[in-house]
Write a protein that binds this ligand. Structure first.
Ligand code: HEM
Ligand code: HEM
Length: 221
């Protein structure tokens, strides 16, 4: 059991993560079609205006500013810190890179352990903030379901168990096994749950035109 979780299941989880995201990406393009802009009467022909890079960045910032920042600046800061640390901490973690090096002979740059530990702590604090909002803010609680709590749990438990393993506060063998299992669960569930927003965020904002998109959008459902 321990061998399976620490060996083959890591690979299986990684493959499901990559193939799952690929499948969802392909489904997105299959289920949407290229927008037809219609043919304007030749006398009134309007040339589509090409945005410059500067205009595009300004428009994207305006969209972001208009959506989250204006409604809840604290949440904007918390979610930004949460997501940056969530990606950076595991990717540039010494423990992970040593394992990668041992099994595949490749590794990324590693941050000092104290920095990774701090980033992990930030993820946990932001996770607590999200939980607190769902539990104590009436308007957020009203739209929260068990599914939302479960997804938050799946995202945060690898950081909690990774943190506990690093600190060696509890039985290391048990904690690291739980850590690997929870990490695998996270990788496997990302493509098939709300966590898939890691891909869909970009697909929706760059391909489907709406009030929240960064571009005019070239596809429609
Ligand atoms: C899937 C297989 C995984 C394996 C085999 C694995 C293995 C490890 C190992 C060996 C450590 C070092 C513990 C120590 O210092 O003694 C660690 C720490 C850590 N892992 Fe993972 N991990 C996995 C997945 C994940 C995932 C998916 C995440 C989060 C996205 C994650 C986040 C972390 C963090 C944040 C720490 C460091 C905690 C700290 O320094 O405070 N791990 N992991
Ligand atoms: C890499 C690109 C990603 C982008 C652009 C992104 C973007 C977003 C946005 C816009 C939200 C909604 C705003 C909010 O409530 O904070 C959100 C929420 C969330 N994201 Fe991500 N995300 C990404 C990756 C991930 C990953 C990899 C995970 C974990 C596996 C994750 C976990 C979460 C969670 C748990 C929430 C909801 C927090 C709550 O309970 O309110 N995100 N993300």
């Amino acid at each position: 059991m321990c061998y399976f979780v620490q060996g083959p299941l890591v690979l299986i989880a990684g493959i499901i993560f990559i193939l799952g995201l690929l499948y969802q990406g392909i489904q997105f393009f299959k289920l949407t079609k290229k927008k037809e802009w219609g043919v304007p009467p030749s006398s009134l022909e309007i040339k589509p205006q090409k945005q410059t890079k500067k205009q595009w960045v300004r428009e994207a910032l305006r969209t972001l500013n208009g959506t989250l920042w204006k409604t809840d600046p604290v949440l904007t800061i918390v979610t930004s810190v949460f997501h940056v640390c969530l990606i950076i901490a595991p990717l540039f973690l010494l423990g992970h890179n040593i394992l990668l090096d041992q099994s595949w002979g490749l590794s990324l740059f590693s941050l000092p352990e104290s920095v990774s530990n701090f980033l992990t702590l930030l993820v946990l604090i932001c996770g607590l903030y999200f939980l607190g909002r769902r539990l104590f803010m009436a308007r957020v609680r009203a739209i929260s379901t068990v599914y939302d709590y479960l997804v938050l749990l799946i995202a945060v438990v690898p950081f909690l168990t990774g943190f506990l393993a690093y600190q060696q506060w509890l039985n290391y063998q048990t904690v690291i096994l739980l850590h690997i299992l929870s990490g695998e669960l996270m990788l496997i569930t990302i493509p098939f749950t709300k966590l898939g927003h890691m891909l869909f965020f970009f697909l929706y904002r760059f391909f489907i035109g709406s009030e929240y998109s960064f571009v005019r959008g070239s596809r429609t459902w």
